[in-house]
Design a protein around this ligand. Structure first.
Ligand code: IMP
Length: 528
């Protein structure tokens, strides 16, 4: 090879090279050449698309979770009974993501969880908890314990649209130890109110200057129409990414099975304010699921339906044709899953994500890469392969916001239970609602012998999602900065055009890419 003396020619000489360094995504995922790959089998090789330098904080991660709904952090928590109940769903939404409330409980219990999410943060609370003058201090204390907030308006007949008499605040009842006293004896009647028609911004100003905890909005007769809460104002400041719908309520998703009986469950969830329903099935391509999608689209046209789980284009086509507003990809990749081993079906997750999401993109249907995410890099890889969002079970199960208590493991570490929804423990109804349970992801009631597709185990403590999710978000932003793109759309576009390229890894490349050769080390991932 002739040596080129003029180094200023480097960029011109580069043009002579074709193809570019690294692999196009389609070459990487050519299963004839490489077999079907999963996240650990490849890396993104950096190609700077943007020539201008920009800080990681300039990267926006806004992404569609379903045809009509967009979130600011592309992260979802799984509908599993050791991962997502109302507390996880509230915090995931506050942090810009979305929690999908599991259905291994009675329809009423699940609807109650949806209601808690929808009530949690509001601009105007359109259905506040209202007390009647006959309610007692004990009643108010019970409601505070149930909902986790205090400050209840008292109206003449105990409902909205009735004359406002006063407000019982947490302080009014905190040290009042006569539970049978009427709330009218302790409530405050010196109220600052705002008239109907007040805008959110005006109402916020009144609330700020009044120093009150709650601002009732009343009509000209003094009847209560809605309520504004001071704590919601501070939440707006602390959670700028929060996933909300127009009413300013948090976005809420929940799972249902494909069983006909779950139509009643769904009605209850919709009555509670559900925005997105996830039809939860381990093999989503079935006549039952297709019938359920069509039913939901017909009966609840305002609801977005996410269908799944699937791993091939053929399955995707059937669900898109039935009307799915989003698809959930993954079969056998979950950390507590033994489907591939026991049933011999499934698909390595990278191959599944690419083939389903590139097909669905042609119809504008966003996809969730579900399962198999055990570190931040896996999130970036799922998104780069075309998923709009990424769903996690095991990674979030060890957080404070997941259901269940921490315990000390035999190795002396703080841990929480995590179990596959197809584990024997779930099938036998252990620890949950048993007979009322709606989960039918892996078996039907007629099955005489239950065949497990998941295991029950535990995961280590990860602290609160209020620290963990911002770490994941910042990490993805840094990764996109390294790649040279400012948004997920730009990332996917760069991948499709072959500007963002890939490398297939080997076992030794992976060893090199991980910490190696150190005598000891501590893997602290983030500071909070
Ligand atoms: P993870 O994030 O790798 O722990 O995977 C979570 C995903 O595993 C869930 O969202 C489900 O799609 C899937 N999953 C949950 N339970 C089971 C099971 O028992 N068997 C197989 N897959 C499961």
């Amino acid at each position: 090879m002739v040596e080129i003396q003029d180094y200023t020619k480097a960029l011109d000489v580069l043009e002579e090279y074709s193809p570019r360094d690294g692999l196009h995504v389609d070459a990487l995922l050519d299963s004839d050449k490489h077999g079907a790959l999963t996240y650990n089998d490849f890396l993104l090789s950096i190609v700077l698309i943007s020539r201008a330098a920009f800080p990681a904080s300039d990267v926006t991660l806004e992404s569609r979770v379903s045809r009509r709904l967009t979130i600011k952090a592309p992260l979802l928590s799984s509908p599993m009974d050791t991962v997502t109940e109302h507390n996880m769903a509230i915090h995931m939404a506050l942090l810009g993501g979305l929690g999908v409330i599991h259905n291994n409980c009675s329809p009423d219990e699940q609807a109650e969880m949806v209601r808690k999410v929808k009530r949690y943060e509001n601009g105007f609370i359109l259905d506040p908890v209202v007390l009647s003058p006959k309610a007692t201090v004990g009643d108010a204390k019970q409601l505070k314990a149930k909902w986790g907030f205090g400050g209840f308006p008292v109206t003449e007949n105990g409902t909205l649209h009735s004359k406002l008499l006063g407000i019982v605040s947490s302080r009014d009842i905190q040290f009042h130890n006569q539970p049978n006293d009427l709330v009218t004896a302790v409530m405050s009647t010196e109220l600052v109110t705002a008239p109907a028609g007040t805008t959110l911004a005006e109402a916020n100003d009144v609330l700020r200057s009044s120093k009150k905890g709650k601002l009732p909005i009343v009509d000209e007769d003094g009847s209560l129409i809605s309520l504004l809460s001071r704590s919601d104002l501070t939440k707006d400041i602390h959670y700028p990414l929060a996933s909300k719908v127009q009413s300013k309520q948090l976005l809420c998703a929940a799972a249902v099975s494909t069983h006909d009986a779950d139509k009643i469950r769904l009605q209850k969830l919709v009555d509670a304010g559900l925005d997105i329903v996830v039809v939860d099935s381990s093999q989503g391509h079935s006549i039952y699921q297709i019938a359920m999608i069509k039913y939901i689209k017909r009966e609840f046209p305002q609801l977005d339906v996410i269908a799944g789980n699937i791993v091939t284009r053929e399955q995707a086509a059937a669900l898109i044709a039935a009307g799915a507003d989003g698809l959930r990809i993954g079969m056998g990749s979950g950390s507590a899953c033994i489907t591939q081993e026991i049933m011999a079906v499934g698909r390595p997750q990278a191959a599944a994500v690419r083939s389903v999401s590139s097909f669905a993109a042609r119809f504008g249907v966003p996809c969730i890469a579900d399962g198999g995410v055990s570190n931040l890099g896996h999130i970036v890889k799922g998104l780069a392969l075309g998923a709009s969002t990424v769903m996690m079970g095991g990674l979030l199960a060890g957080t404070t916001e997941s259901p269940g208590e921490y315990f000390v493991s035999s190795e002396g570490q703080l841990a929480k239970a995590y179990r596959g929804m197809g584990s024997i423990a779930v099938m036998e109804g252990k620890g949950k609602a048993g007979d009322n349970a709606g989960t039918a992801r892996y078996f039907s009631e007629n099955d005489k012998v239950k065949v497990a597709q998941g295991v029950a185990g535990s995961v280590i403590d990860r602290g609160s999602v209020t620290q963990f999710v911002p770490y994941l978000v910042a990490g993805v932003q840094h990764s996109l900065q390294d790649i040279g793109v400012k948004s997920l759309d730009a990332l996917r576009d760069g991948v499709n055009r072959g500007q963002v390229r890939f490398e297939k890894t080997s076992a030794s490349a992976m060893a090199e890419g991980n910490v190696h050769g150190l005598h000891t080390h501590e893997k602290k991932l983030y500071t909070s």
